[in-house]
Structures are given as C-alpha cells and as structure tokens.
Design a protein around this ligand. Structure first.
Ligand SMILES: *Cc1c(COP(=O)(O)O)cnc(C)c1O
Length: 640
C-alpha cells in the first residue's frame, strides 16, 4: 500500500486524539508535547511523569520489560474519589446513613494491592470483601480499622464461621453473609458453641438482570443468593432463636462491568423493597450492600457498549442515593449505610503493562514483476493485466478479478500444473494489486464492505514480548478490550497499521481488536520500527482481574512488577519491585523439580563426554548456559 503522506503538522495532540487517551484515561494519563505517554496522578493541576523515563529507570535497575507498572497514587486517588462522590451525593440529598466501601479481594489479591488499599482506605473506613478462607485470613491480618467492614461472602464451612465469629469478639465489624440457606444452621450452631453472637447479612437473588459479560450473577438462575421464599424462612428461623437483631445487612451483586445505569437502578429498587420487608419483619438491618458492577470506561465511548459505561461515577452515586431514599422515605425507614463492593473501578486504572516490540512481519514491498517470463500461466498474465488497469472507477472489479485469478493459480499449483516459482510471481502480483486498491479506497465515496476492510487485510504483525494469556487473559477469554498504545514517539505520525501477536505459539495469542469510539477497530496505528531502537507500548487499565486469572500458556510466567509513587514535585520513587517468575519457578508450578531437571541434564552432558561428543570444558560452558536459563526470565531479552 502506498503510504499516506506524513503530515507536517502532526503533533502529540493528534496522537492523544487518535488513541483516545483523554476519553479513557480518567485524567490519569496523557501525552506530553514531546510525544511521551505521561502519568498525571493529580489530574491537570499536578506534575506529569513520562512513562519512557520510568522505563529508563527500570532498565537502569536491571529490570527488563515486560513489566507490570503499578502507580500507587492512582489507587489512592480512586479510593478517595469513590468516597468523595458518595459523600457529596449524600450531603446534597441529606442522606442520613454513611457510605462504606469495601474492596473485593478476588479482583486483585496480590499482597501489595491489598496492603495499599487498607492503608489508603483507612481515612475513609474502606473495608474488604472476602469470598473464601484465604481471603478472610488475609483481610484479618491487613485490615486494622475497626470502623471498616469485612463482608464475608462465598460458601462457608465451620472454620470460616469460627474465624469470623472470633474476629467479631476482637472488635472487627465482620459480617457473615448467607449465600445458601444451610449456612444459617451452621452459623447458629457455631455461635452457640463459641458464645459469640454473629453479625449476619443475607444475599438475595434478584429477578432483575443486567446486560454485560457477567450477567449470570443476577436473575433467578444465579447460583448465588437466596430466593424470596428462602429469605422468609431465614427470618422465621432467626425469630425462633430470638436473633433477628443479628441480621444487619442485605446484599446483592448483579455482576461485573454493568454498562447501563438503568439496570443498576432497577435492581436497586427491587433490593430496597426487600430491605424494607426485612425491617418490617423486625430484623435489625442498617447496611445495604450493592455488590460490585461499577464499570470502567475502557474504550472511552461513554456508551452502554460492553467495554464502556453510560454513566459517570458522580451519576452512579447520585442515582444510588436517590433511589434508596425514594423507596425507604416512602416507608419512613431509616437510611441504611450504603456499601459497595467496587473492585474493577478501584484497581483497573492503577496498573499498566509495559512491553516491547520484538519484530515486525509485513507484506514486503516487492518489486512488481512487470516482465513476465515467456511461458507463464495464463492467470498470471491476467493478474498483470488487472494491475495495469486499476483506476478509481473499477476498484471493486479489479478486486474481484484479482481474487479469481489468484485462486486459479492456487488451483493449478495443487494440480501440479504450475511451479513454486510461478505461483510466487502470481502471488506477488496479487498483493501488488491489493495494495494499489487499498491506496485508493479512501477516495471512494461509499466503498463496499470488502473494499472498506481491505486495509485491515494488509495489516502488518508486530510481535510483542509478552503473553496475552498471562497478562491480558480477559482479552483472550472474553474479547475484553483494553486501551493499547505506544508510550513514546507520539509527536510523530504513526504510519503502520498492525495487529499485535504475543510470543506464545498459539494463534489466539494476539490482539486484533482495539478500542474505538464507534465500535471496534481491527488494527492499531503504530510507528515504524527503527533499527537498533526499542519500541515501547503499553496496555492500560489492566489492574483488575488480569493478574491471577493469567495462566502459564507455553510456560510464560508472571512478569516483573514495579510500583512507583509520584511526588508532588513530579519526581517519583520506585517503592516496590517484584521479580517475575524464573524458568525454574514456572517449571516447578507444573511439578518439575528444578534440581532434578538440572541433574538429568548433567547426566546427559556427562554421557556426551563419554561418547566423545563434547569435552569437559564444553560441558562446563553448556551447564553454565543451562543453569543461567533456569534462573532467567521466561520472556525474551536483548533481541532488538
Ligand atoms: C466479583 C465480585 C465483586 C466485584 O465486582 P466489580 O464489578 O469488580 O466491582 C463484588 N462483589 C461480589 C460478590 C463479587 O463476586
């Protein structure tokens, strides 16, 4: 394809527009005049930290890409913003209860993350949501704020219940949420045995459902929560034991990433009616827990598209507070404390995956074979004819003909009537035609679907030193879209349209769907690769769900992780670093013993000496390389 002329006036602002940073970045990311992607943790007012500068700092410390970069200030800010927005809405509407956020540990369980959330959350009494014994144990050791809630969802056994009861005795506000009717008997029994009155909640199945990827969490068919009949049974049982004063909380969870605010409002209305019903029955109550679902606008389109949301945080908070008030005021019921279990919205922004491009594979600009050999097959001559006849008026016709003659040649090749070299001449001609057509498509007023897609079919492949399966698993599993862009050279006009392939040997290990304000793009605009110069890119908003869902496809392990803290003056500190998995680490995950691996290979090397293939000195060098490989990273290094 003839490259578009590079515009003189291209600048960093054009790149910011092209990649939509200001739409999806939530004020945390931008592009500097010099073309660097920057982090702006304090929004417009504060300093901008250049991501290439951060990469330079990492490399100086011996840390290679891929690196998962965590920006602590953003986590701090997201927690504050959530509380500020709710507090603001509550003040405005004269709501009588308080807001109590909790962070669901499953969204990113890494120690660094939970540790920071409890620290940054303390001034707001931000608590934790747990769904299993390991999560409860982590919560109990990291959350020291007695005003904050620990909401215990998930299925519970005796150990789980005992631990939660002991926690209450120690002063934690630890609430056991019934997920199944049978858990009540267990809680009552353990409470009697330990002599500790439980603090309980109840999770309900709503009839309301929401649109989105994870809608199964709501609706009658949801595997979690109690039906209305079961709720009534629980109430009767509690009354029988004179324990209605132990029932404090109503919980529901619609699913994650709910793009449409109407779905949230509908579900909340239904839940408020149940809440009122429980108050009528004499339950103590006091907390209404909306679960997660607060979405992230990954594509910046601000729509009810799956990767977006059609509401702002401010609108979400105001809607929630207003809805609760409108229903409970009608009934003169005291306003409950509102809990949300926002995980995605809390942590997504704070991590960026930084990676390097290793190489490109593109349709080469081959010389067009104008002088065909004497006895070349007829379809080849026809292809040359097509090539010569291309004009703006007959693009579609030429496209059809090119496909037709190329298929004829391929057919002849299969039949053995055309040689490898003859086929190669024809294929080169074919691609020359396609490129020529692609170069003119933009001038066509209403191109057909085929013509419109032709530029995508010419996309080059950029090979990225990372594993989609390890670092962006949702992109592979559920076609989730993350914003991806280069993090430098953005003052230059990108000239290439590419798809990204990772280094796993799997045809699914690719990114070929990219964010777009109006739908999905099939290719990403990037810069050409320069010899001997690295090309750095980032996948943004990857802080939620991606780390522990990642898998060891082809045994590519965890990437390095680095956390930075940005200071008011724009300087930044590397506060924590975590080495990614070594080859020995990932082998041990799949039950190899690295010592045995070494031992076995040593025996092979020794046999090599006995058989006269290698010298003892060779063995020394070989074993050194092998051991170094075991200790080293699973990703490629030093290629460009
Ligand atoms: C997963 C989950 C959440 C987190 O949802 P987000 O959409 O990430 O905020 C909250 N509550 C429960 C019960 C969950 O299962």
């Amino acid at each position: 394809m003839a490259k578009k002329p590079v515009l003189e006036q291209w600048n960093a602002t054009c790149s910011a527009d092209l990649y939509g940073v200001n739409n999806w970045g939530s004020g945390y990311f931008g592009v500097s005049d010099s073309g660097d992607a920057v982090i702006t943790p304090f929004a417009e007012r504060g300093p901008a930290v250049s991501i290439p500068e951060v990469i330079k700092g990492l490399k100086e410390r011996g840390m290679d890409l891929p690196v998962l970069l965590r920006i602590e200030n953003i986590l701090d800010s997201q927690i504050s913003v959530l509380h500020d927005c709710f507090n603001h809405a509550m003040r405005d509407l004269e709501y009588q209860g308080e807001f109590r956020g909790v962070y669901p540990i499953k969204v990113n369980q890494q120690e660094q993350v939970v540790e920071r959330i409890t620290e940054y959350g303390e001034p707001h009494h931000h608590g934790l949501e747990v769904g299993s014994k390991p999560e409860l144990i982590a919560a109990l050791s990291y959350l020291h704020d007695r005003e904050a809630c620990i909401v215990c969802n998930g299925y519970k056994d005796r150990e789980f219940v005992d631990l939660a009861l002991y926690a209450n005795k120690m002063g934690y506000n630890c609430i056991l949420v019934l997920e199944m009717p049978s858990e009540l008997a267990l809680i009552l029994e353990r409470s009697r045995a330990l002599g500790i009155r439980p603090r309980m909640g109840i999770r309900i199945k709503l009839a309301a459902r929401a649109g989105g990827h994870w809608t199964e969490s709501g609706g009658d068919l949801s595997i979690f929560g109690l039906s209305t009949a079961e709720v009534v049974d629980v109430v009767d049982e509690l009354r029988k034991h004179d324990m209605l004063d132990c029932m404090h909380l109503l919980h529901f969870h619609l699913g994650s990433q709910i793009p449409n605010i109407r779905d949230i409002r509908n579900a909340l209305r239904e839940a408020c009616r149940v809440y009122a019903g429980l108050v009528d029955e004499g339950a103590a109550m006091g907390y209404l827990d909306l679960g997660g679902g607060l979405a992230v606008d990954y594509d910046g389109s601000h729509t009810n598209f799956l990767s977006s949301r059609n509401y702002t945080l401010g609108e979400y908070c105001a809607d929630v507070v207003e809805t609760v008030m409108s229903i409970l005021d009608e009934r003169d019921i005291a306003h409950p404390h509102i809990i949300t279990e926002s995980g995605r919205a809390t942590v997504a922004y704070y991590s960026v995956l930084l990676f390097e491009i290793l190489d490109a594979s593109r349709l080469e600009d081959r010389a067009i074979p104008i002088d065909l050999p004497e006895d070349c097959p007829e379809p080849t001559e026809n292809l040359l004819e097509v090539y010569r006849s291309i004009s703006l008026k007959n693009l579609q016709e030429c496209y059809n003909d090119a496909i037709f003659y190329r298929d004829e040649i391929r057919q002849m090749f299969r039949m053995g009537t055309c040689s490898l070299r003859e086929r190669s001449v024809a294929e080169s001609l074919f691609w020359a035609i396609i490129k020529e057509i692609a170069a003119r498509v933009d001038e066509v007023k209403r191109p057909t679907k085929e013509l419109a897609g032709i530029q995508d079919s010419l996309a080059s492949i950029y090979y990225a030193n990372m594993s989609i399966f390890q670092s962006l698993p949702d992109s592979w599993a559920i076609d989730h879209l993350f914003p991806v862009m280069p993090v430098h050279r953005m003052d230059e006009q990108p000239t290439e349209k590419v798809v990204l392939a990772d280094i796993t040997c799997d045809c699914d290990g690719k990114l070929d769907r990219f964010i777009d304000e109006r739908g999905v793009r099939r290719t990403l605009d990037v810069h050409d690769l320069r010899k001997g110069e690295p090309y750095y890119m980032g996948a943004f908003l990857v802080g939620a769900y991606q780390e522990t869902l990642g898998d060891l496809h082809n045994l590519f392990g965890d990437t390095n992780v680095a956390s930075i803290h940005i200071n008011e003056d724009g300087s930044f500190d590397f506060v924590r670093e975590l080495d990614g998995d070594s080859v020995a680490d990932v082998l041990s995950y799949v039950e190899y013993d690295p010592k045995m691996v070494l031992e076995r290979f040593r025996n092979v090397a020794e046999r090599g000496i006995r058989e006269g293939r290698i010298t003892p000195q060779d063995r020394y060098a070989i074993m050194k390389a092998f051991e170094q490989g075991l200790r080293g990273s699973t990703y490629l290094n030093g290629l460009r």
